[in-house]
Design a protein around this ligand. Structure first.
Ligand code: NAD
Ligand code: UDX
Length: 448
């Protein structure tokens, strides 16, 4: 008979672990799902009315499932659940290493390895261990090594099940994924994990591959997406010089069904916790395997992104008539409270470095945490509305495509005379800005 897992544990209650487990619990009411984290504050937030992650639709899913078959527990209190689990997901961070071999490029697997050690110590019977975190190719070998070196009588099967959700659309992506990927060499384990997703995902969308292909496919998918953004961003600079309009070019290029229209929105540069980290991990792997040409190809995607952020910051700096800049949007994209690797971090740092005063507004980001990330500079302050940030500014930098920035009533905004609105997302109402008498610079359009 088909083995239907009854108990799932996920280590890591972050942007991936929390929403993913909430959707599994929602779609598999017969399965008990426990999410563990070392960060007790984060767990307390998951158990409160103010979830630590903002995602459209998330609070509805959590309120249906929490206490029914979804539990958030501090790690130390969840070890019994770990012992009983049929499946343990590892969903902890895999950031770029900051020290040691591969620093600045390779993924830091210390958090994943700590999870593997914890599982080896506490799991009982047979446990399917699932890499949900994004890993370099062949990382599963290291997990297998740790599990077999430490096991206290338990047996393990390791699978790779990378997550493709994007922030801001996580719940929709989880409920209606383009595909679910399961990589592994143990057919029974693959079938067991597949049975969980098959509760709501059509079987033709559940792709199964070898372990190494699954690990590499995740890095490859992010690299391809980031490459599209850098491609259109590289052309945005040419558009600004020539009078071509990047949104028109993107529409024409994307109308080719072989190319498709998505991920061709020129911007101030991609951000988020994944694209750069995963590109760097891919680059490191290529270098490690003596493929410098391949590494250089993907490095170009990172370099264009850095250049795009810098050149936008310089344009704002030059436009700032009175050295006071209003920054609208700190999140790395709309509909999330996440500012990891956000273009806003680079742009704010550059503006502050050049002596500008920055007044920032974002509808969802915790501004205090953002300021702390910048080192709490005296010249950086927070506004509680776009209008408040804009008052008296000599330049405006629109860095996130929040819907509310589309409908700013520019006629009633009190910018400094001669101020320029620099739109890094092509969201502001151009006619309204110009009618209000302000100058306008939009990424990928010739300056007016
Ligand atoms: P995150 O930083 O939001 O969450 C990770 C959580 O793991 C944190 O709460 C941390 O306290 C916890 N943790 C770390 N070590 C632990 C340990 N030993 N025991 C218990 N808890 C521990 O990270 P995230 O954004 O959820 O990303 C997780 C993984 O998923 C990464 O590999 C990332 O690349 C990948 N991923 C992220 C996204 C995304 O959109 N954020 C999408 C797809 C894949
Ligand atoms: C990405 C992948 O999309 C997702 O599949 C993976 O699981 C995690 O990494 P995420 O980083 O959450 O998701 O958001 P995404 O929508 O991919 O945007 C990444 C960055 O690219 C954002 O800063 C966004 O504003 C930027 N972007 C995206 C553009 O500048 N232009 C575009 O056309 C698309």
């Amino acid at each position: 008979m088909l083995f239907r897992p009854q108990k799932i544990v996920c280590i890591g209650a972050g942007y991936v672990g929390g929403p993913t487990m909430a959707v599994i619990a929602d779609r598999c009411p017969d399965v008990q799902v426990t999410v563990l984290d070392l960060n007790a504050e984060r767990i307390a937030a998951w158990n409160s009315d103010t979830l630590p992650v903002f995602e459209p639709g998330l609070s509805e899913v959590v309120s249906r499932t929490r206490g029914r078959n979804l539990y958030f527990r501090p790690q130390a209190e969840g070890l019994a659940a770990l012992a009983e689990a049929d499946i343990v997901f590892i969903s902890v961070q895999t950031p770029t290493k900051t020290a040691g071999e591969g620093a600045g490029k390779a993924s830091d697997l210390q958090y994943v390895e700590a999870c593997a050690r914890l599982i080896a110590e506490h799991a009982r019977g047979h446990t399917i261990v699932v890499e949900k975190s994004t890993m370099p190719v062949r990382a599963a070998e290291r997990i297998q090594q740790i599990l077999s070196a430490n096991q206290a009588g338990g047996t393990f099967a390791v699978l790779s099940n990378p997550e493709f959700l994007a922030e801001g659309t996580a719940i929709r992506d989880l409920q209606q994924p383009d595909r679910v990927l399961i990589g592994g060499e143990d057919p029974a384990a693959v079938v067991a994990l597949k049975s969980i997703y098959a509760s709501w995902v059509a079987s033709e969308k559940i792709l199964t591959t070898g372990l190494w292909s699954a690990e590499l496919s995740k890095l490859a998918a992010n690299a391809f997406l980031a490459q599209r953004v850098s491609s259109i961003n590289s052309l945005s600079a040419l558009c600004e010089q020539t009078g071509a309009e990047v949104s028109e070019v993107a529409t024409v290029v994307g109308a080719d069904s072989r190319i498709g229209p998505k991920f061709l929105q020129a911007s101030v540069g991609f951000g988020g916790s994944c694209f750069q980290k995963d590109l760097l991990s891919l680059i490191y792997l290529c270098e490690h395997h003596a493929l410098p040409e391949v590494a250089a190809y993907w490095q170009g995607v990172v370099d264009i992104n850095e250049w795009q952020k810098r050149r936008f910051a310089e344009a704002v700096q030059q436009a700032a008539v009175n050295r006071r800049v209003a920054v609208l949007g700190l999140a790395f994209k709309k509909d999330t409270n996440d500012f990891r690797e956000s273009a806003a971090l680079t742009v704010c740092r550059a503006l502050l470095h050049s002596g500008c005063e920055v007044v920032a507004y974002d509808p969802r980001v915790d501004g205090q945490r953002f300021a702390a990330e910048l080192g709490n500079p005296a010249q950086f302050s927070l506004a509680s509305s776009a209008a408040q940030a804009l008052a008296g500014a000599g330049a405006v930098a629109v860095l996130t495509e929040w819907e509310e920035f589309r409908s700013i009533a520019w006629a009633s905004v009190k910018l400094s005379p001669g101020a320029t609105v620099c739109d890094g997302r092509n969201v502001v109402d151009r006619a309204a800005v110009q009618q209000a008498g302000f100058r306008l610079r939009v990424i990928g359009s010739a300056p007016d």
